[in-house]
Design a protein around this ligand. Structure first.
Ligand SMILES: *Cc1c(COP(=O)(O)O)cnc(C)c1O
Length: 404
């Protein structure tokens, strides 16, 4: 066999459009919650590919589903349906509030579909000008023009004006502010049950209940963006299940494929028919390969053992982080649910989250930030306790550098 072309991290700067600034090493192999780089240095993975690798790396369940399907059928296009996508749709509808599913390839596409569906439902209602979307400051919904405009971080959207209009942003967890802008012209309210990229900030249950009531009052769709919180991340299958609030539309991606790109928009029989034949579509969405992997990952995660295991690991993580913090006094607050955990830096360490993850990398730990002041952990949902212990030991060495 021919030798593969030799590549280094500096080639990224040579050939890649510079929208990312990746770490100075290149991961080449993973197993469970461990990764190895080109130099065979080992890392503990507390990042999980940004809440994606729910079963860690190279889990046999996912590998088998992928390789078995790879030998059969990869893609036929949406002029034909396929068995894996129908099975996955059955799983998703049987285990959630939803009756119908639209499949796509990413979180942004799932939210794009949700927002377009809401606009279409608004149009079909016959109420003049029912196209308003209410979204929240600091939210993140993806990078397409519509979803980045719905997101509440102007730094990501302002350079791409003119933006889609009719989107109103108000403060997260401020029900009065939402009340002031939701009216008959509102077709949708889109909200993350826990703002992930925005700093791991949980929505108050009363806030979500209030949004539900306002959407009911004014005939607007309540969209829960569960791209980050979904598929077991919080210790429930979906985070809405922790709140007692049922949305009209739910978007899911990230962990859904356990590392294989797939996304989905879930909704009810009431709204699904507004997306009639030809109104929306995708080439790859719901392809057999992605659907087979997602089906296997979903089946594995949606068990009491795995979901309880996430809650158990949450407490294990928190105990370890609190012990570390007692020594170093770096974090003001440690928050989140399940294995979506955010450590908020004290004011004196403001802006240092990126430095901490860089030092963590040097110590052999992959970790994330959620804004400049929050260190975020979204590991595999089945990370072994000894890997948590080892990762915390490495984090401790990184924090010691900061404390100095
Ligand atoms: C990651 C994320 C998205 C975007 O998903 P992509 O797959 O990157 O398009 C949307 N919403 C939330 C809450 C996310 O965390």
């Amino acid at each position: 066999m021919e030798q593969p072309i030799s590549v280094t991290r500096s080639n990224f700067n040579d050939w890649m459009v510079p929208v990312f600034a990746p770490a100075n090493f290149i991961p080449v192999r993973g197993e469970g919650s461990r990764i190895w780089d080109q130099e065979n240095k080992e890392y503990i993975d507390f990042a999980g590919g940004i809440a994606v690798n729910a079963l860690g790396h190279a889990h046999p369940v996912a590998v088998n589903a992928l390789t078995e399907q790879a030998k059969k059928l990869w893609h036929v296009g949406n002029g034909y349906t396929n068995e894996p996508v129908l099975r996955l749709a059955k799983q998703l509808t049987e285990n959630t509030f939803a009756d119908k599913v639209f499949f796509c390839n990413s979180g942004a596409e799932a939210n794009e579909a949700a927002l377009k569906l809401a606009r279409k439902v608004g149009l079909d209602s016959g109420v003049a000008g029912k196209c308003g979307i209410v979204a929240f400051k600091n939210a993140f919904h993806g990078r397409t023009l519509f979803t980045v405009s719905a997101g509440g971080q102007p730094k990501y959207s302002q350079d791409f004006a003119p933006l889609p209009n009719g989107i109103n942003h108000v403060a997260f967890n401020d029900l009065d502010a939402a009340k002031a802008v939701i009216n008959e012209q509102t077709c949708a309210v889109i909200v993350e049950p826990i703002q992930g990229e925005g700093g791991v900030i949980p929505a108050d249950i009363e806030f979500l209940k209030g949004l539900r009531a306002l959407c009911d009052e004014f005939g607007a769709l309540l969209i829960f963006d569960e791209v980050q919180t979904g598929v077991g991340r919080t210790g429930s299958l979906y985070a809405y299940m922790n709140t007692g609030v049922i949305p009209d539309v739910l978007t899911t991606a990230k962990a859904l494929g356990g590392g294989f790109p797939v996304g989905a928009m879930l909704t009810t029989d009431k709204y699904a028919p507004h997306f009639s034949v030809g109104t929306h579509g995708t080439t790859y969405g719901g392809n057999p390969l992605a659907s087979a992997v997602a089906g296997a990952v979903f089946e594995f995660i949606n068990t009491p053992e795995v979901l309880e295991g996430v809650k158990h690991r949450h407490q294990y993580f928190l105990d370890a982080l609190n012990t570390l913090n007692a020594e170093y006094q770096i974090f003001e607050e440690i928050r989140g649910q399940g294995l979506l955990i955010g450590c908020v830096l004290k004011a004196e360490y403001a802006g240092k989250a990126k430095d901490i993850t860089t030092w963590a990398g040097e110590e052999g730990l992959l970790a994330l930030i959620a804004g400049p002041d929050v260190v975020r952990f979204t590991p595999s949902l089945i990370i072994p306790e000894q890997d948590i212990d080892e990762g915390i030991a490495r984090l401790k060495r990184a924090l010691a550098k900061l404390a100095k």
